[in-house]
Design a protein around this ligand. Structure first.
Ligand code: GTR
Length: 349
């Protein structure tokens, strides 16, 4: 088990802010320069792929599997070089690099995409999906395809969705049973306006920062808690410090695998098909690993003495966050997407 690396220089940096570049950022910039220098991806391309989580995490293993499939389908011409464990930087920075071709493929959560494309906000709406099966069906169907396509004007080709389970709150203070228990808590959120609003509506104080900073911030008392799924709560060792995990299951947003559009346009049609097919086929593999990892993380966390609790009444949380729905649904396309997702939800009541 490894603790997520800290990313103090890159985390929380708004675009346009000045920064002293870390070695990692310079590496990223170097990769970008190399990628941009090449005008075409010749046969024998190795796609540089960014992943925040360690190489043993389900998303990393799924990307590795995708690379294996791609190599097979292309007789060894196309492959993946995975930079796992946040080697290329915080998600928001690597995402930016991907949009202008500095990184070929990237696995990101929806949070950093929220400020780029409003359709991604919909998948992050609290209590949108009834359960994980609902989310999977919706992402395998028309709603998923719509959201993936919405990324194209932003320099990204959406390849597939991976799982991220249900996110719940953990903290160092007390069990959260009602929204009132959250009053005044300092909670880390992803750098996303939507998630900031969500925490505010629940009466807590949102502190946006990168995931790599959470462990230290919990130890130092900079924050009281955060929210995430079982595997991330486990993998970052946050459970060793924040010993109350309250199962609000407020967001079941999936994660996305994206390719730089600049690279995509340099591939032949048959190479594009191989990339899409390999990404698609890595999804069931990822889901199997995800389910196992979730069970395993939950078991270890419970055995470690963490106090896990169900909330008294989930509806009380649902009601508190209604303003988030009101504020973040702005266009007819977003409304249609919600309707389509709700229709699929009828089979998952
Ligand atoms: C995890 C996700 C990461 C990261 C993280 C976060 O569940 O897999 O990509 O976005 O959450 O909270 O920042």
């Amino acid at each position: 088990m490894m603790r997520y690396r800290e990313n103090k220089t890159t985390g929380g940096l708004a675009l346009g802010e000045h920064a002293v570049f870390s070695r990692r950022q310079m590496l990223v910039t170097g990769i970008a320069a190399t990628a941009l220098a090449g005008c075409s991806k010749a046969p024998g391309s190795v796609f540089r792929t960014a992943e925040f989580h360690p190489a043993s995490y389900p998303t990393s293993l799924a990307i590795t599997e995708m690379g294996r499939l791609m190599e097979g389908y292309s007789d060894g011409r196309l492959s993946i070089k995975l930079y796992a464990g946040s080697q290329l930087g915080a998600e928001r920075d690597t995402l930016e690099m991907t949009t202008f071709g500095g990184i070929d493929i990237n696995r990101v959560s929806l949070g950093p995409l929220n400020s780029i494309e409003p359709m991604t906000n919909i998948l992050g709406l609290p209590f949108l999906f009834n359960n994980v099966a609902h989310m999977r069906d919706a992402m395998d169907g028309a709603p998923g395809r719509k959201v993936l396509r919405s990324l194209e004007p932003h320099g990204l080709i959406g390849l597939c969705f991976y799982d991220s389970g249900a996110r719940s709150f953990y903290n160092t203070k007390r069990p959260i049973r009602t929204p009132e228990d959250m009053a005044g808590m300092k909670l880390r959120v992803q750098n996303s306006d939507l998630y900031v609003s969500l925490i505010q509506e629940l009466g807590a104080n949102p502190t946006p920062m990168s995931l790599g900073e959470v462990y230290q911030s919990l130890v130092q008392g900079v924050i009281d808690g955060a929210e995430n799924n079982w595997p991330s709560y486990f993998e970052g060792r946050h459970f060793e410090v924040a010993k109350h995990y309250s199962l609000t299951r407020h967001v079941i947003a999936p994660e996305v695998l994206v390719m730089s559009r600049q690279l995509w346009e340099r591939l032949t049609a048959s190479e594009q098909e191989i990339v899409r097919k390999s990404a698609r086929e890595s999804v069931p593999y990822m889901r199997k690993l995800w389910d196992l990892k979730t069970l395993d993380a939950e078991k270890t966390i419970r055995a470690s003495g963490v106090e896990v609790n169900e909330v008294d009444d989930q509806q009380a949380f649902v009601e508190r966050v209604q303003p988030v729905w009101r504020d973040y649904i702005e266009t007819p396309a977003q409304r249609r997407l919600i309707d389509e997702i709700a229709e699929i939800g009828a089979d998952h009541a």
